[in-house]
Design a binder for this molecule. Sequence first.
Ligand SMILES: *[C@@H]1O[C@H](CO)[C@@H](O)[C@H](O)[C@H]1NC(C)=O
Ligand SMILES: *[C@@H]1O[C@H](CO)[C@@H](O)[C@H](O)[C@H]1NC(C)=O
Length: 641
Amino acid sequence: MEILSMLRLRLSLKQRYCLLLCFIVGSILAYQFTRNRVDVGRMSRVEGLRANSSQFTLERKPFRILGGSIHYFRVPRAYWEDRLLKMKACGLNTLTTYVPWNLHEPERGVFHFEDQLDLVAYLRLAASLGLWVILRPGPYICAEWDLGGLPSWLLRDKNMKLRTTYPGFTDAVDSFFNHLIEKVVPLQYSKGGPIIAVQVENEYGSYAKDEEYMPFIKEAVLSRGISELLLTSDNKEGLKRGGVKGALETINFQKLNPNDIKYLDVIQPHKPKMVMEYWSGWFDLWGDLHHVYTAEDMIPVVTEILKLNMSINLYMFHGGTNFGFMSGALAVGMPAPKAMVTSYDYDAPLSEAGDYTTKYHLLRNLFSHYHAQPLPELPSHQERRAYQPVVIQQHLSLWVSLPFTDKPLKSERPVNMENLPVNNNNGQSYGYTLYETTISSKGTLNSKNNIRDRALVFVDKHFLGVLDYKTQELALPDGKGKRTLSLLVENCGRVNYGKTLDEQRKGLVGDIELNKLPLHDFIIRSLDMKPGFVNRLESSSHWMSVRQRPSFPAFFQATLYVNSFPKDTFIKLPGWSKGVVFINGKNLGRYWSIGPQQTLYVPGPLLHRGDNQVMVFEEQETDGKILFSSSPDYGMTVDVQ
Ligand SMILES: *[C@@H]1O[C@H](CO)[C@@H](O)[C@H](O)[C@H]1NC(C)=O
Ligand SMILES: *[C@@H]1O[C@H](CO)[C@@H](O)[C@H](O)[C@H]1NC(C)=O
């Protein structure tokens, strides 16, 4: 009441009570707010991570980053906590994660930060478990992820120059960062949150097309309120051109080369040294072998890094899965691009399904020496199930599914998938595109190497062969009258590393010739197989019983009955050749008999008690059986070179 009289307000009694009530409620809310802030950090915040001497300091005390990468977008949300607890129990103190722009902004100006993409919830969870965070927001992240995390709609601009200060790129980055950075600013160390450092771009030294670009990205995070320590991350070669004034340079490697460490000292004397990406394993490519990096090779290197007083981040600590069509491709050092497999197990210390490995146990023992307190108990192992095999009940040919796609485009010339007028004019990002035209003669079909990446060729729905980077010609047999030529072109994944990012348009990227004359008058259909399409398809009345022979490519349906609490499992398709699996409408990813990967991870949270729908899109053949296994098969192994 004192306050009110001081303000000399002439208020009625009722108004005075009202004001008092507001004051009390306001105070309670303010108290709650400060309490929440303190909860995240549990310590007074004076000075965050600093790099002013040869050792990091946090709160002015020496601090060593023992980090590990887990990507929230590669682990089902229901398992975030399990994986982070296992990270904590291994003796790590810092979580590092990339941020995939292409998932957060699938259409220009449409942003998603909810459910599986709830970055704020992920970082808060890390904080609540006592983990610090180094955020790696890109915008380019490499990560064996389609186009290194850049949205495919950027490529609609035929002059696009990705990762440069080309205005078409920087405007898009600005817009994305306006949405992203404001979400993470309150989660910084100085504000009571877990973020102790932020990485500027990613391995720009091995791209380095524009000297203005790194200063632009640095300014883009600073101007939006990032105030914690800035870092850059490069391999030895990239260090020369990857840095930016005001950010600490860190190095990426797998085998320790003393000269590389000395070099870091030369370019950056009296600074803490950190391996931002200590590669704990390696990724796999379709048609290749499964890479293994043995614990015997790895542990001595990590021991040595720690002895050198360096900080370390294990990339990956837990790899997870490239669900859907999100895996990237590699084109460096090979005649044609090779696509990444669906699993991102990475031979990391914690397996794709969250299992402890030999590496995990040895690392835990090693890291325990760097803690004054005993490490937390190991979270219990999750059970797996090898469900009984299921048989296909129904099938529906691709040709019958076409009315369920978006409106087809009629075009004189082929149009690449990014420039199709679908998805609110953001183009098609992933999956397959069907190009059809009419032909009236036999002859030689020549792709002019304009197929990205692989096409199944049909005449009047009869399969004739595959065109790709290696096979660019196909003989079309004679036939009567006008016939339909169909090319089902698959985007197998955009390159995520190397200098060819600007050339990652997919579908047909130029003319296709028949007898040296370009074909024209195409009907083009997007088959990105998004949940809406899969749901529409499921409710179709055109499904046929297995008594009738399927015509390929086709969709197949089966039911997996789960009679108890759903457990993780692995799908095995030994009688199938190539395609995509959907569980209860969720795209698990691609399978391909050429391997190396032979099983797909099915996390338990995707299943429910009772009937579960398994849908498979298969390009060529099937024995009609879907098998389940309690352990993964990543194929024939080879040691990382
Ligand atoms: C310590 O480092 C931070 C950035 O890491 C810098 O802003 C600050 O000026 C430095 N302080 C001293 C005393 O050098
Ligand atoms: C690591 O730090 C310790 C303690 O500060 C020091 O005694 C040791 O010489 C350092 N080792 C190296 C290789 O710099």
